[in-house]
Write a protein of this length. Structure first.
Length: 353
């Protein structure tokens, strides 16, 4: 069965994971991004220089935000086929590569996702008994980790994606005792549209976002809104994809191939979220080596191909297989140059003033 499918793909120039053709394609893309990063090495200009201002406008662009989130509303079974089984996290796992050492630990994707949550818990000083906002909660991975780790923690998740929220309601709430309604609540909405008063002022001990800032244009307005719902002394941690230097071509996704997948999105330079010290006090930030994301994407890519006969032809067209195959290759090629030191993830910790 799989062999017949592979023949169809080959006839349509769709090369599967691990083939020489696909590896050559990824190498070419890596060379392209390596040149791009070299061209902008040490460019510390602010995004304003290139017409993007993280202190103005809407939290996320109204005209593109629905299309951007529709990426998460693609078929549920597709994400189930490649994401980790424990948390269904759709962001990097932490395999241990640091800026100093690009060595990756030989651990499972599931363990790497748990390691990311552990790191966030440590850096944000999350403790039992706190109330946490999981902002842009995806399939609820962080919420699941926190509820299972801390018996007295309370979590509220916010997410506009129907498919992801359905997973939380139909799978997590049904199958996991931790998700009882005295400890967990899910709100299906854009944070932008939520009236902060529904939480009462000074509600949360911690606000954590993983993979949200890429969707946010006005970080200042976001921080303002978060400051209203944080308790005095409360903390906020944002985790997002960043470039070490300012890459003008990456500031607006519409200028790159990524616009097809995430219109209205931004790759901020590492320094940008540090400038947001107005509504919340900026405390500390960490760069996470991009090889962690490369390895995560490579494992997603491998799992996607491992289950391809369950996806094609029943649920996916040839065009969709081609699109997703290229998506994995493209993203991998961005994170790999210079051993993950040019493009990776940033974590930013703030405290309520
Ligand atoms: C890259 S995914 C990450 C999901 C999850 N945090 C994880 O690590 O798996 C980004 C998430 O942010 C959500 N999101 C995007 N824009 C948002 C907004 N304006 N308000 C709240 N959530 C948003 C998306 O629906 C999606 O669940």
């Amino acid at each position: 069965m799989k062999n017949n499918i592979f023949k169809i793909f080959l006839n349509n120039e769709i090369y599967r994971y691990g083939t020489t053709e696909l590896l050559n394609f990824e190498t070419q893309m890596e060379r392209y991004f390596t040149r791009e990063y070299k061209q902008w090495l040490n460019n510390k200009e602010s995004p304003e220089t290139y017409g993007l201002n993280s202190f103005s406008g809407e939290i996320s662009k109204i005209e593109t935000r629905d299309i951007s989130v529709s990426h998460y509303d693609e078929e549920y079974f597709l994400y189930k086929s490649f994401l980790d089984k424990d948390y269904m996290a759709y962001t990097m796992g932490y395999f241990g590569a640091t800026k100093e050492s690009s060595k990756l630990n030989d651990i499972s994707l599931e363990q790497a996702q748990a390691n990311k949550y552990k790191l966030i818990v440590e850096r944000a000083n999350i403790e039992d008994g706190q109330t946490i906002l999981d902002l842009g909660c995806g399939y609820g991975g962080l919420s699941k980790y926190l509820l299972a780790t801390f018996p007295n923690i309370k979590v509220i998740g916010i997410n506009p994606s129907v498919v992801q929220v359905n997973h939380i309601r139909n799978v997590l709430l049904q199958e996991n005792n931790e998700f009882d309604n005295s400890r967990f609540r899910i709100i299906q909405a854009f944070f932008d549209d939520i009236d902060a008063s529904i939480f009462e002022d000074d509600y949360f001990d911690r606000v954590i976002s993983i993979g949200l800032l890429e969707h946010v244009t006005n970080i200042d307005l976001l921080q303002n809104k978060i400051s209203r719902i944080l308790k005095q002394g409360g903390k906020c941690l944002h985790h997002c994809i960043v470039a070490c230097d300012t890459l003008p071509g990456f500031l607006n996704s519409e200028d790159t191939l990524m616009g097809e997948y995430y219109p209205g999105a931004h790759i901020w330079p590492y320094n940008e979220p540090q400038r947001h010290d107005v509504h919340l006090h900026f405390l500390e930030s960490w760069f996470i080596n991009g090889l962690n994301y490369w390895k995560t994407l490579d494992e997603w890519h491998r799992r996607f191909w491992e289950t391809i006969d369950q996806l094609y032809p029943e649920y996916m067209t040839l065009e969709e297989v081609d699109k997703w195959n290229k998506y994995f290759s493209l993203c991998k090629a961005m994170f790999r140059p210079n051993n993950g030191t040019s493009y990776g993830n940033g974590q930013y910790l703030y405290e309520k003033r």
